[in-house]
Design a binder for this molecule. Structure first.
Ligand code: FE2
Length: 367
């Protein structure tokens, strides 16, 4: 089939943060990521610093403003720390960009070439939900570490003492919280030729208080998966509404990181001070859950000890766990996911997950 908007995968998740230097330290020490590249005033970047960290194929760029009044400084002032760009690796930037604009996307950066001694990169950008953007990037003719203008940087700390020296190997999916889900599902269908995956969460799956609706769009190869959430009417304030209020509009809610050994990863991250959502004993002791999930790689007792969730569908199963928000505002968080055949997102865990989030909302006084 002719893919109108082929993508190779995620290129980078770009964060705007209030203090990139400290954030780089946090993602190094607590997420086991390796600093590889940097730009800042010393390298000719007058207004910003940027730290590029990797873990397997996952790449984060952390950008911070060094002076007031720049677009980045304003973004952080308005939204707090958060994701500004879900950059996509595409084979043909020009064609992708033109197609996107023809289909109604708003262009932010015309396709252009940036180059240095390591070769050429083609870059363009389109607007997504809220103040989030998608940079479209082709680095196939580039051998440098990241982009022209960046210099090599040494890792901040030694790699984690685990197999492969990393805690996760890829970005699994990136979730957006929006006001109107259907509008953005249609955007990704039209603009990027993405298609809906089977998982659909209606407000029927809500807890007593908090409701949301969710659909997932993905590219043809299923390498890029974007679930989209919309708040639904509940008795109290939905966690999506809370996000929209505190972030100041639509934005990226969570990034799921793929690991082959969620037990080791969770243990290492907890040891480093990362806080995960609590799941009550009742979740694990429920005979219905035990019969539904059947045989999984890790004994249920081990999952229970770490509060790791498990879900099974017709294709297989997955293990997952969610951090608490990792920024000051109750906005951005992470998920760890270990897949065994399942292509889902843990639909069977939504209720348990929402209830855990509601307990946190209650503590914040925002339920
Ligand atoms: Fe997720």
């Amino acid at each position: 089939m002719n893919d109108v908007f082929p993508v190779h995968g995620m290129d980078a998740v770009v964060f705007a943060v209030g203090n990139a230097k400290q954030a780089a330290h946090y993602y190094s020490t607590a997420f086991g990521m390796r600093l590889v590249a940097y730009r800042g005033p010393e390298t000719g970047s007058r207004d910003e610093v940027a730290y590029v960290l990797v873990s397997g194929s996952a790449r984060f760029e952390l950008r911070g403003a060094v002076r007031a009044g720049t677009p980045l400084a304003r973004h952080v002032a308005e939204h707090g720390d958060g994701v500004i760009d879900l950059a996509l690796d595409v084979p043909d930037v020009e064609t992708a960009y033109r197609h996107a604009l023809e289909q109604g996307a708003r262009g932010l950066e015309e396709p252009h070439v940036v180059e240095d001694d390591h070769g050429k990169v083609v870059v363009a950008a389109i607007a997504a939900y809220g103040d989030t953007r998608h940079t479209l990037i082709d680095r196939s003719n580039y051998t440098g570490l990241y982009l022209p203008g960046y210099v090599a940087a040494e890792p901040i700390v030694a790699p984690p003492a685990v197999k492969n020296g990393r805690l996760f190997q890829a970005v699994d999916h990136c979730v957006g919280n929006v006001e109107r889900m259907e509008e953005w599902v249609e955007f990704y269908e039209k603009v990027m030729g993405f298609t809906k995956m089977a998982e659909f969460i209606g407000d029927d799956i809500a807890t007593e208080y908090s409701a949301l609706m969710s659909k997932v769009v993905a590219d043809g190869t299923r390498k890029v998966k974007f679930p989209l959430n919309e708040p639904a009417e509940g008795k109290k304030k939905s966690q999506i509404e809370e996000f929209l209020e505190f972030y100041g509009g639509p934005g990226v809610q969570h990034i799921a990181l793929a690991t082959n050994d969620i037990v080791t990863t969770v243990d290492a991250m907890r040891e480093a001070g990362i806080e995960f959502l609590h799941t009550p004993d009742s979740y694990y002791d429920d005979p219905e859950l035990r019969s539904r999930i059947g045989e999984v790689r890790v004994p249920v007792e081990e999952l229970k000890r770490r509060r790791i969730l498990v879900d099974r569908d017709e294709d297989g199963y997955l293990l997952q766990i969610f951090t608490k928000p990792v920024v000051d505002r109750p906005t951005v968080f992470f998920e760890l996911i270990e897949r065994h055949g399942s292509l889902g997102f843990g639909k069977g865990n939504f209720k348990a997950l929402f209830e855990a989030i509601e307990r946190e909302q209650e503590r914040r006084g925002t339920l």
